[in-house]
Write a protein that binds this ligand. Structure first.
Ligand code: UGA
Length: 455
């Protein structure tokens, strides 16, 4: 919304939320999320044509277009638990829009939703027909965290789905298209029917995650055979039909979207009587879980089959660099695996506060494959096993091993000689992101394990 405000000075954008602390933070000097470049954009527009407010109903009533960007988490109980999207927030937003509207509006689905959600939303919006017309558009977002502003300034495509079959639907599509046309070339704005737009979003995330699981599955084979996964993915990616992006082997993918969207896709396939298709996509998540547990197993087995009482430095907790977001970060599963093996963890992340790390490790984890059952480690065990510190040197002091779990740039240029001197020997590095200079570290004396590389 901030980028729309920046690129379209003639449009007034009001961002509304029921949370007072969140809106207060958006109106303050310190924005509530860390995202490179966002501060600049907000500062340029805030108070001009970008406003943050708790007056939800008033602003919705006055708007011509309402973008709904509420949370759509995976359902944790009831029908479809562990897989289906929970549309509670979406439904209450739609009811509120219907109740407060006094003029016709375009309602845009911005949150990722299951296919055919627009149909349900349409029903809610029109249920107490007051002579007001609502047009529903699906306008899924493709930005990635950490590069959000660059992605929005120069998107590969903008996707707008609507009721192409009606004149009013076509008019609504054009209205939204004209907004994006302020800065996005026409040929990159794709207009489709509603269901194609909704499904394309789930499909794009599933394809992206599938690439990572594919290369991660190869990394296991590389470790077993002596091939180097970096060389394999480089060679594979040179095929112009495959392309080089999104082929970096890692400890596993994280983030709020990939797993949730694939589970959603799996659920939709199951509901539509397509178990073979559902199983195909499930495998992408299974390989991701396998990659995380493989990382823990490899660490424990190479440290003489026990990490009990050993200090392990965890460098990085967020799900990728340049964000403080920890949703579904592989670090949660890796840390929990190590805690179960009774390791002592010293965790450092440049952006994730201690409070968040502890919250993530204490939270019961929903087992997606067991229809919503949860796995939890005792609270006392977590508190006794984890310490969060403020820099990498403090984390690694006296540690038996270092795990790199996020590819933060600062981890590439640490003084590893100094770190080595402060660790008991043998000193191990388990690089879950393949970012350290293996040759240099081995020269210093470290035993280095990378993902998908020979020892
Ligand atoms: C992802 C998609 O990339 C966006 O296009 C989409 O809009 C977004 O989800 C969403 O649905 O909201 P995001 O989750 O922010 O964006 O981050 P990604 O850059 O996709 O990374 C996801 C995870 O995959 C991270 O844990 C990252 O470290 C991992 N990854 C990525 C790899 O392990 N290897 C790679 O080669 C690339």
């Amino acid at each position: 919304m901030a980028v729309i405000a920046l690129k379209c000075p003639s449009i007034e954008v009001a961002v509304v939320d029921i949370s007072v602390p969140r809106i207060t933070a958006w109106n303050s000097e310190k924005l509530p999320i860390y995202e490179p470049g966002l501060d600049d954009v907000v500062k340029k527009c805030r108070g001009r044509n970008l406003f943050f407010s708790n007056e939800v109903e008033k602003n919705v009533a006055q708007a011509d277009i309402v973008f709904v960007s509420v949370n759509t988490p995976t359902k944790s109980s009831g029908l479809g638990a562990g897989k289906a999207a929970d549309l509670t927030y979406w439904e209450s937003a739609a009811r509120m829009i219907a109740d407060v509207s006094k003029s016709s509006k375009i309602v845009v689905e911005k949150s990722t939703v299951p296919v055919k959600t627009a149909e349900a939303i349409e029903k809610i919006l029109t249920h107490n027909n007051k002579g007001i017309e609502f047009q529903i558009l699906s306008n899924p977002e493709f930005l990635a965290e950490g590069t959000a502003i660059a992605d929005l300034f120069d998107p590969d495509r903008v996707l707008i789905g609507g009721r192409e079959e009606t004149p009013a639907g076509l008019k609504a599509i054009k209205t939204l298209k004209d907004i994006y046309a302020h800065w996005v070339p026409q040929e990159r704005i794709i207009c489709t029917n509603l269901w194609s737009a909704e499904l394309s979003k789930l499909a794009a995330n599933a394809f992206l995650a599938q690439r990572i699981s594919s290369v991660n599955s190869m990394s296991a084979l590389c470790e077993a055979t002596g091939a180097d996964v970096t060389q394999v993915s480089y060679s594979v990616g040179k095929d112009s039909r495959i392309g080089p992006k999104f082929l970096s082997a890692s400890v596993g993918f994280g983030g709020s979207c990939f797993q949730k969207d694939i589970l959603n896709l799996v659920y939709i396939c199951e509901c539509n009587g397509l178990p073979e298709v559902a199983n195909y996509w499930k495998q992408v998540i299974k390989i991701n879980d396998y990659q995380k547990s493989r990382f823990v197993n490899r660490l424990v087995s190479s440290m003489f089959n026990t990490v009990s009482g050993k200090k392990i430095a965890i460098l990085g907790f967020s799900f990728k660099k340049d964000t403080g977001d920890t949703r579904e970060t592989p670090a949660i599963d890796v840390c929990r695996g190590l805690i179960m093996d009774r390791a002592q963890l010293i965790i450092y992340d440049p952006q994730v506060p201690e409070e968040q790390i502890m919250k993530d490790l204490l939270m019961p984890k929903c087992d997606w494959d067991q229809t919503g059952s949860t796995i939890q480690i005792g609270e006392e065990t977590v508190w006794q096993s984890v310490k969060v510190v403020h820099n990498a040197y403090e984390a690694t002091k006296d540690a038996h091993a270092i795990c790199v779990l996020t590819e933060w740039d600062e981890f590439k240029s640490l003084d590893y000689k100094k770190i080595f001197d402060n660790m008991p020997k043998p000193a191990y590095v388990f690089d879950g992101r393949n970012i350290v200079d293996v040759g240099k570290l081995r020269q210093i004396g470290f035993i280095v394990y990378s993902i998908g590389k020979p020892l």
